[in-house]
Every structure is written in C-alpha cells, then in structure tokens.
Design a binder for this molecule. Sequence first.
Ligand code: PGA
Length: 262
Amino acid sequence: MRDVIVAANWKMHTTPSDAGDLASTIAARTRVSGVTRVICPPFVSLAVVRDTLASSDPDVGVGAQTVHHELQGAYTGEIAAPMLVGLASWVIVGHSERRRDAAETDELIGRKLGRAVDAGLRPILCVGERLDEREAGNQADVVERQLAGALAAREPAELLAGGMVIAYEPVWAIGTGRNASGRDAAAMSATIRDVLAGLGWKAAADDVPVLYGGSVTSSNIAEFLAEPSIDGALVGGASLKPDEMAGIVARAGLTAAARTAA
Ligand code: PGA
C-alpha cells in the first residue's frame, strides 16, 4: 500500500519572519490520519519551519526546493545536500521552473537525486511535458526521456530505499489555473510506472508514490485522488493558503482511510 502524500511547494514566497507561523497554522489545520505532509519553504526559512514544527507538529516533514549536484566547492550561492542534513528530510528535484530558469538537464537532475539519497533526503523527482509537447502528442515520450535521464546513474534499489517519490507536473498546468484532468494524470502515472519497470525497477515500480502537481486546489483534488494510481499532490500556489491546504489534506485523508480499509 503506497503512502498518500501532500507536499507544499512554497517556491519564492514567505520570509523567515512569517514562515514559521504559516507552517504551524497549516500543520494545525491538516492533522489528518494517514496522510504524509511535507512543507518545502525557501532555504532561508528551513530552520524556522523546522523549529516551529518540531514543537507544534513533528509529523510534518520539512523539505528543500532543490539541492546542488556537487558535495562542495566553488559554487557561489548554492546549497549542497550535506548542508541540508538536520534542516530538511525531503527535497524537490528537477522542478520545471528550475529546468527552465537554471537550465537543469536530466543528467544533472540525476546527480542531484543521488546526492539527495546519499544524504538521507527523500527526493521528490518532478517530471512533465510542456504545452507544445502535449499538443504534439509527445507527453509520454518526454516523461520517459526525463525519467531515463534522471534515473540512469543510480540503482533502482538505492532510489527505492531512499524513498523516492515522483511528481507528474505538466508544465502548462503549473501556476496557470488550468489543471490536467484526473484521467490524463492517471494515464501518465501508469506510463511512469511502465517506464520504471522497463528501467529495471520491475515489480518495485508499483511501490513508488506518484503525485500530481499543477494548479491543485481543494476544489479539484478529489478528481486526482479518485484515481488509484495517484498517491497525492505537489501543491504550489494553494499551499500558501491554510484553508486550501485543510481541504486538500482532508480529501487525501479519505483516500488514505480507504486504502487502509481495502
Ligand atoms: P501550482 O504549482 O500548484 O501553483 O500550479 C505546483 C508546483 O509547481 O509544484
């Protein structure tokens, strides 16, 4: 039985002076049995979010939004995986905004994944096609290429033991208010598991949680979680709103309860 996970990607929002309050408010509004919750604030707010949650709700995981592919060195402004140990237990890797703005390639993302699992950080690997790629009907090929490129450097067993999660985030759905349909997300989730199986994961491909991300709200989360192959959501804009997070995690709790009962 796969975990049901709701991860909040705060992107470049909040400051160290308000992030702790927001995290504890969200934590208090989302205490739902069976749902794994993760909050990913900006680097500079990791410590305050960690400290606030440690005293208010230690069940909420803390994640970073990216990590560097080297362990140390002359990389001004960057953060390496060992620096995150103790601050975070999760990390988002390969988000489309970083593929776009920081020119992250699949090969580089694969190195980040390796650094994350070596440091004991659970990676959330993001994949997803752009609008032109979907319109050309190439979405499955794009995601297959992204997975093959990112996963080439490490053994499936290592990534599985490291708790890797995959987030399917079609680029055209991120921050646009135009979400994918539950059916399209489920189809891609099946593709992702087929690709993993083909990459040597075999039956273990079924054990990897696959999240959907892209304009998820409390109003549309049910459409995704109605799909048995979708195990939760990576939430951007709505994750800054406690009411939205309360609704999203409440719906995730229904899925978690149904899975436990099955
Ligand atoms: P969004 O972002 O929910 O604002 O579309 C999702 C993400 O980028 O992870």
